[in-house]
Design a protein around this ligand. Structure first.
Ligand code: URA
Length: 430
């Protein structure tokens, strides 16, 4: 087999066979497929699509491109994964909350992808937090704390690691097939009993329409259940940022506000909804009440602190998080250009503002600036007067802040009061 054959089949609109896709995944993992070939492959799949058999073959081959974990723990091993959004820091609230509810959550997460933020980049804003740990340490933290959020080790789903980095910088993220294979290769390699997927829909998501999101949710749920992992999906709103902050340290600050009982809102509500669905899958009743109690009573914050410390972060982070998080040197208010209501967000444009500030990557080798981003983003429907701040920009340099102010003003529509959006649009069961 030859990478040119696989890419030529895609170019001509001929569905690559499962054997071809399995060969390609192996080549990604062992380095025999080059970055140029991987980029062409990603674009080919985006443009031409795979059939159901091809999607399943690519997913399983990417899972089997590395090590597949097995657990021997005294409670269900579960996880949640999001298809990606802006201000989406649910994982950081949910993992420690789940750990308080009688399940284990070994969470293998990703970095920023396209305009969306990545859980690993967010956690690395915490000084010392190490996302790349070996398997023995990962297992120890999961067993002792109940949750651990880490990157896939070099030998887990290595095919995804390479393709993910290529897709991030080649405009090839928005593919039902590639998103399915990417998410599920990691999640199936983690040896989970159950999984809940947060499939985002809206301007800040990869899937902009409900039909696209539904098709992705069905592909994910079907492929995962066929591979033996009990999986459900919630299709959730991404027409506005989930949290009022976008950017790595700024999102950690928002998470800590929720875990310490200082804030509620959509981030809290969605964490509970996803967690309750997952707990129900493994037969644990009253999931919503249990999760609320874990968050409101401080137990989830305590678990988060233990996880941070066990993975190299500071002792006492939870009590004093603001002291540990980096701050950008330039902080500027973004004035509303008119009177009216916050009527709409271009979520992708907002995400790209953060990438442009240095909070994400333009090329694979970029180093992320943890301090930059947006905070105090007003929610949809808020009434504003001209000049009132719509948000704050946190930048490394004055000229970057100037550009971000203009871009955010262009990404937020001021107009008539919009209809309130439902946070959870649909549920897709097995
Ligand atoms: N999350 C992933 O891990 N992969 C994708 O392709 C999209 C979201």
């Amino acid at each position: 087999m030859d990478a040119r054959q696989v890419n030529a089949a895609l170019r001509k609109g001929e569905a690559p066979t499962p054997e071809m896709l399995a060969w390609f995944a192996q080549g990604l993992a062992d380095g025999s497929v080059s970055a140029a070939q991987a980029g062409a492959f990603a674009m080919g799949v985006c443009l031409r699509g795979l059939d159901e058999a091809g999607r399943a073959a690519l997913t399983l081959a990417m899972r089997d491109s590395g090590r597949v974990l097995k657990w021997d723990l005294d409670a269900p091993v579960v996880d949640k994964h999001s298809t990606g959004g802006v201000g989406d820091c649910v994982s950081l609230v949910l993992a420690p909350a789940l750990a308080c509810c009688g399940v284990y959550n070994p969470m293998i997460s990703g970095r920023g992808l396209g305009h969306t933020g990545g859980t690993l980049d967010k956690l690395e804003a915490i000084p010392g937090y190490t996302t790349g740990v070996d398997e023995a340490r990962f297992r120890r933290v999961v067993a002792e704390v109940g949750c651990a959020i880490v990157s896939a080790s070099a030998d887990m789903a290595p095919a995804d690691k390479r393709l993910y980095a290529v897709r991030d910088v080649t405009g090839t993220v928005e593919s039902l097939d590639l998103i399915t294979a990417s998410i599920l290769s990691k999640k199936l390699a983690a040896g989970l009993e159950a999984l809940v997927l947060d499939v985002k829909v809206g301007t800040g998501a990869f899937m902009k329409s409900l039909d696209e999101a539904r098709a992705l949710a069905q592909a994910l749920v079907g492929t995962a259940n066929a591979a033996g992992c009990k999986t459900t999906a919630l299709i959730t709103d991404m027409d506005q940022p989930l949290a009022p902050a976008l950017g790595n340290a700024l999102e950690i600050d928002t998470v800590m506000a929720v875990l310490s009982g200082q804030a509620k809102g959509p981030l809290y509500d969605l964490s509970v909804a996803l967690g309750a669905d997952l707990l129900e899958t493994v037969g644990i009743a009253d999931g919503a009440a249990r999760l609320e109690q874990a968050i409101d009573g401080g137990a989830a914050a305590e678990r988060f602190g233990r996880m941070v410390y066990a993975l190299g972060g500071p002792l006492g982070f939870v009590e004093n998080w603001q002291r540990f998080l980096p701050e950008a040197p330039v902080i500027r208010e973004i004035p509303a250009p008119d009177d009216g209501h916050v009527a709409g967000f271009d979520g992708e444009a907002l995400g790209l503002v953060v990438v442009g500030l240095g909070g994400g990557r333009q090329v694979e080798t970029d180093v992320v600036d943890p301090a930059v981003g947006l905070s105090d983003v007003l929610p949809l429907g808020t009434q504003v007067a001209k000049g009132q701040p719509l948000a704050r920009v946190h930048a490394a340099r004055e000229e970057q802040a100037d550009a971000a102010v203009r871009a955010v003003q262009a990404a937020i529509t001021i107009g008539a009061k919009p209809k309130a959006a439902k946070l959870v649009r649909e549920r897709i069961g097995a």
